[in-house]
Design a protein around this ligand. Structure first.
Ligand SMILES: C[S@@+](CC[C@H](N)C(=O)[O-])C[C@H]1O[C@@H](n2cnc3c(N)ncnc32)[C@H](O)[C@@H]1O
Length: 331
């Protein structure tokens, strides 16, 4: 606004929002944040370290300064605290692979006007396809997002002090919850249910953390698989947004039956306020599900409350996390 009058500045930035995805994804692809962290602080030093052109390095640096991920001090460039925490390779919370994946997915957004008209995917849907190779890249790229959330959930549930507990992770993906929780509690055991190629990835990643001997993987479709029983904690992380209300309710009922009396279901997802006024990330994420799923969306607190209550849980609580996702505990 200038003198109370609207200006086109913000809309111009929104229209060109893909520049941010491009610059961030390309910087991650060339490990720029990692080289900056190691002390390469000029375009020519970064170009030499990353094996890219100096013109390209300078362009990425200018873009990253604009995005407030890199700062210029005394003629040298350095990561901001945010980039240093979340974009340097090798750190468990590094979002660099995710930034590259989103850049690769960007072309699909051009179909959004058609998807909106049709009310769902116009090319092949993603989430309903069994054993879709889509998951193989995705689950590894999103593992870093779950690290702060799985850690926060473990603190709230006192997983480390819980002794001999058994955990079920439905659609566990990379196995990040098992890796963190089995690492915190040497007496805990976990079972992950996911497609066979994803379980193979989880076994490898969980083995890297030295706790794979306490992880069992069950291959199959969670809509049809038998969940077994006697679990103390069940995890349903970033699954609800791909499922319809009916399927979420059916899966919550199966999870209730698989838990011991008093056991806890942990749901993690982008949860919309009941009046649909926020939060911003959860509101926008619905477009991703319109593109990729026949019936998925981001759901409201009231939806979760209703489905979980109907599924037999009587104590439902919502907890913010250090990420755009919220935790829901149901007992
Ligand atoms: C968005 S990822 C979430 C991974 C993990 N829970 C996390 O929060 O990082 C969704 C996971 O669900 C799995 N999945 C999706 N549909 C499935 C189905 N019908 N049966 C079994 N697994 C499924 C995918 O393979 C993938 O690992």
């Amino acid at each position: 606004m200038t003198g109370g009058q609207p200006t086109p500045d913000r809309i111009m930035r929104l229209i060109n929002g893909y520049w941010a995805t491009g610059v961030l994804g390309a910087a991650a692809a060339h490990s720029l944040f990692t080289h900056l962290e190691a002390g390469a602080d000029t375009a020519s030093r970064l170009a030499a370290a990353a094996g890219i052109s100096t013109r390209g390095a300078q362009t990425l640096l200018d873009g990253l300064v604009s995005l407030e991920l890199v700062e210029l001090r005394d003629g040298g460039y350095r990561n901001t605290a945010e980039a240093s925490a979340f974009l340097v390779a090798g750190r468990p919370v590094c979002l660099g692979s995710f930034a590259q994946l989103k850049l690769a997915h960007m072309g699909a957004l051009a179909t959004l006007p058609d998807v909106v008209r049709a009310g769902g995917p116009v090319t092949d849907a993603t989430v309903e396809v069994a054993d879709n190779p889509h998951w193989e890249k995705l689950v590894q790229a999103i593992a870093a997002q779950s690290v702060p959330v799985a850690t926060a959930a473990a603190d709230l549930l006192r997983v480390a002090e819980a002794g001999e507990i058994s955990i079920l992770d439905v659609g566990g993906g990379s196995g990040i919850y098992s890796a963190i929780w089995l690492g915190l509690n040497p007496a805990a055991r976990a079972t992950q249910l996911d497609w066979a190629p994803i379980n193979a990835i989880a076994r490898r990643l969980v083995a890297e953390k030295g706790v794979a001997d306490r992880l069992t993987c069950v291959d199959g479709d969670f809509h049809h698989a038998d969940f077994g029983g006697g679990y103390d904690i069940a995890v349903y992380s970033h699954i609800a947004h791909q499922e319809s209300p009916q399927d979420n309710m059916a899966l919550f009922a199966k999870l209730r039956a698989a838990l011991k009396p008093g056991g806890t279901l942990v749901v993690c997802d982008f949860v919309v306020d009941d009046d649909r006024s926020g939060p911003p990330f959860a509101l926008l994420f619905a477009a991703e599900m319109l593109l990729k799923s026949k019936q998925g969306s981001t759901w409201r607190q009231a939806d979760y409350h209703e489905w979980l209550t109907k599924a037999g849980f009587d104590d439902v609580s919502f907890h913010p996390t250090p990420s755009p996702a919220a935790l829901i505990f149901a007992r």
